[in-house]
Design a protein around this ligand. Structure first.
Ligand code: PLP
Length: 407
């Protein structure tokens, strides 16, 4: 086989479809969030306003977080030195796990090198160790949950997105004595919609199932202490497992699960993607813990972010732009065409110093291509005005129907 020719074909196909990914090379500027330097292909650098970061609260530059990370590096050095089992369990890991268990009012927590790995490890293990397990998975679950379920070897049932009645129907169709897991998310990252957690727990409890909730896009942002939608709605106690990330609202890196002592101990003891890999660097754990402590104690940060989200949404709507009316902090502006979406993004960058990455297939379905805006507490009203005006100007210039209707 001519391997390179095969690879060329694959790449050409992606380019034709408009789903070939180009990465913006950014240099984040601590102290100037959400501004970054963007380095172009010809070596030029441009200051841009980032509108699509998952560092939702800007904690990746917070002085408390940076200080904790510097201190940990000075005290413990760079890496962890091993797997958790063989010399790689640092005091910072243990302290972070206690902080996370407290955040979600659970008995125990376990950290992983990313949120992606935490889903792979936890669902992969739970589905494998429970004999004849059936896993009920929301149709729009994240790739990491899908991979975890696949890896577990458990039988998978997919319920219609956020549809508790369909979940009930599927659960009723199998042997009531089989062990069952219901896996879903709280805030869905591409549409910004929120699961009916209470209704899903009602069904799961009726069928004696484990409930597994991914709060990756909600931790830090919702609830009195940033414990997520489950905390906000007083439902955390009804979820067997709450999973999250340290990389979005907590601004650092890593992922985790929280749950009962026994469940966490089983995943700790049996998950190969936890066992056979070097543990998180201690300074990452230290930074994440500082971020969680800050976020827990500062609801005003959440309030400021929510106010900015509401303001930008109102401005987009007032300008007649097709923003989805989401109940969360995620504001998707639907473009509906891969090439156009990329062109709009490129023009926003080159002409208006605005960086918002186009979201194309396979991250969203074809025809649902979009710009996904994530306002932070640090975007100003002037940033929002610039964004809305630029979207209208660029969109009109490119013949985008969404902008033609704009005021
Ligand atoms: N779960 C969901 C719903 C996600 O959207 C993501 C990533 O965006 C992850 C898990 C993975 O988290 P991490 O970025 O920490 O690997």
């Amino acid at each position: 086989m001519d391997y390179d020719a095969r690879f060329e074909n694959l790449l050409a196909e992606m380019k034709r479809d408009g789903r070939y990914r180009t990465f913006a090379e950014l240099q984040r500027l601590a102290g100037a969030f959400p501004t970054a330097l963007r380095h172009g292909p010809d070596g030029e650098a441009q200051r841009v306003t980032v509108w699509c970061s998952n560092d939702y609260l800007g904690m990746g530059q917070h002085p408390d977080v940076l200080a904790a990370m510097h201190e940990a590096i000075d005290a413990s050095g760079a890496g962890s030195g091993g797997t958790r089992n063989i010399s790689g369990t640092n005091r910072e890991h243990v302290a972070l796990e206690a902080e996370l268990a407290d955040l979600h009012s659970k008995q125990a927590a376990l950290i992983f090198t990313s949120g992606w790995i935490s889903n792979l490890a936890a669902l992969g293990t739970l589905g494998r160790v429970l004999p004849d397990c059936a896993i009920f998975s929301d149709a729009l679950n994240h790739n990491s949950m899908i991979e975890g379920i696949r890896r577990s070897g458990a039988e998978r049932f997919i319920f219609r997105h956020n549809d508790a009645a369909h979940l009930d129907e599927l659960m009723s169709s199998i042997d009531p004595d089989r062990p069952k897991i219901v896996a879903f998310e709280s805030v869905y990252s591409m549409d910004g919609d929120i699961a009916p957690i209470g209704a899903i727990c009602d069904v799961a409890e009726k069928h004696n199932a484990i409930t597994y909730l991914d709060e990756v896009h909600a931790v830090g942002l919702y609830g009195p202490r940033g414990g997520g939608i489950a905390e906000r709605d007083g439902l955390a106690h009804r979820l067997t497992v709450i999973e999250g990330t340290l990389a979005k609202s907590f601004g650092v890196m890593g992922g985790y699960i929280t749950g009962s002592t026994q469940l966490i101990d089983v995943v700790r003891s049996l998950a190969d993607s936890f066992i056979f890999t070097t543990s998180l660097a201690p300074h990452l754990a230290a930074g994440a813990r500082a971020a969680i402590q800050h976020v827990k104690a500062h609801p005003q940060l959440r309030a400021r972010q929510a106010a900015n989200v509401a303001q930008l949404k109102a401005m987009l709507i007032a300008a007649g732009l097709p923003v989805l009316d989401t109940p969360s902090h995620i504001l998707p502006v639907i473009i509906g065409d891969a090439h156009l979406c990329r062109q709009i993004s490129e023009r926003l960058l080159s002409e208006h110093a605005i960086y918002v990455q186009p979201i194309n297939y396979p991250t969203v379905a074809r025809g649902q291509e979009r710009l996904r805006l994530t306002p932070t507490p640090y975007h100003t009203e002037a940033d929002m005005r610039t964004l809305v005006d630029a979207l209208v100007a660029v969109g009109r210039d490119l013949g985008w129907s969404g902008a033609r209707q704009a005021a």
